[in-house]
Design a protein around this ligand. Structure first.
Ligand SMILES: Cc1ncc(COP(=O)(O)O)c(C=O)c1O
Length: 376
């Protein structure tokens, strides 16, 4: 069987990106964010490759379900897994999963911390705390720090396995954006206070892709936590200088099912959208059943260097692309059609036109689209 629509994942590019990141942060350890199925690239194959070929030993998930899958499917490998947001520690049956599967929940409030500290099964379990330094999402607040220290002391815990915070504005300037400066300063204060209280910080991290790309302050912590940049794209605002040239790891390919000539005004597809001019329609074998959405209508796609426009309603399984009529010889049925990953900057252009972000485009690709791995 030939896959019509597929996400080709180029592991050579993942390796190249990893090596570039190591150049930007030569002294940092890397906690690789593989949540949301490895940003849509396939958490298991990507993590296995990162472990075996890149030497990564720490991975970040969002939910306990993702973490459990990662641990179970890579049970032959030894690495740390962190669960960052949906830790579900209030469901006490999960305690067993954390303990038995060596999964580290990122603690972001006092009641979760108290639960871990008072449960004797967790006596020697690594503690990972997340502080809210100004993003105002999850995290312990600065005002909680005295209570945290008191709790740690009460339970004779004099070290933290990992102390974490997260920037709200990493895609803006790390040197000029007041929120970034504020968050960095707050994290520094928090770290200093723990150290003064005799709490050893084994690992600390605050930087994700946007910060790493700007190459500032990476030496303040032991770890960095890249997600998006590992998969290629930049997450920086367009006016900012990036020190990173990532290679796009994925290529979204589909297939031209059929082509036909149309006259200006002729209706196509659901809701009978009139064609803007005389031209050629290519019917692509991709639709919202693959994670390619109706709101992409109007965006431009390219085939053999010719610009086409998605017109009308995207269907569950098919998409109409309108090409000018002089493209007739170049737009042929049964050819592979690349949505992104063929030309420099095509993903960025598509995400701009569709008012999405690469994060969202990657995570939208549904399971019907097989992930195919390429390694030379
Ligand atoms: C806590 C945390 N760390 C790191 C990352 C990775 O961010 P990015 O993909 O921008 O590198 C995320 C992503 O949302 C996150 O929530």
């Amino acid at each position: 069987m030939k896959f019509r629509s597929r996400l080709v994942v180029n592991l050579n590019n993942l390796k190249a990106n990893f090596l570039e990141i190591k150049k930007l942060a030569p002294h940092s350890q890397l906690l690789f964010m593989v949540k949301a199925d490895g940003y849509g690239h396939g958490m298991i194959p990507v993590s296995r490759f990162a472990y075996e070929e890149l030497g990564v030993r720490e991975f970040g998930c969002a939910t306990i379900g993702e973490a459990l899958k990662l641990r179970e499917e890579l049970h032959d490998l030894h690495f740390d897994i962190y669960v960052f947001s949906d830790i579900q520690l209030e469901l006490h049956e999960n305690a067993d999963i954390y303990l038995k599967k060596r999964i580290i929940p990122v603690i972001s409030n006092l009641s979760e911390l108290e639960y871990l500290l008072t449960n004797k099964d967790f006596l020697h379990f690594p503690l990972c705390l997340k502080f809210n330094t100004g993003m105002n999402r999850l995290g312990l607040n600065l005002a909680d720090q005295d209570a945290v220290i008191a709790l740690l002391k009460k339970h004779q815990r004099n070290n933290l396995h990992h102390l974490i915070s997260h920037f709200a504005n990493a895609s803006f300037s790390m040197e000029k954006d007041s929120r970034n400066i504020f968050q960095r300063e707050n994290f520094t204060k928090i770290k200093e206070k723990f150290v003064q209280a005799g709490i050893k910080l084994e690992r600390t991290s605050q930087s994700n892709s946007g910060t790493i790309e700007q190459k500032t302050g990476l030496d303040h912590d032991t770890h960095i936590r890249p997600g998006l940049m590992m998969y290629g794209p930049s997450s920086l605002a367009s006016d900012l200088k990036s020190f990173y040239q990532g290679k796009l790891v994925s290529k979204l390919e589909t297939y031209i099912l059929r082509t036909f000539e149309v006259k200006k005004g002729e209706p196509v597809g659901y809701n009978s959208t009139p064609c803007p001019d005389d031209g050629i329609i290519a019917i692509l074998a991709i639709g919202y059943g693959d994670g390619f959405f109706n709101r992409y209508s109007g965006a431009h796609l390219y085939h053999r260097g010719i610009e086409g426009t998605i017109i009308g309603r995207v269907s569950m399984d098919m998409t109409h692309v309108f090409f000018p009529k002089d493209a007739k010889e170049k737009i042929k049925a049964h050819e592979v059609f690349t949505i992104w990953g063929q030309n420099e900057g095509d993903l960025a252009k598509f995400s701009k036109e569709t008012n999405t972000i690469p994060y969202e485009l990657f995570c939208s690709i549904l399971p019907r689209v097989p992930r195919v791995y390429k390694l030379d």
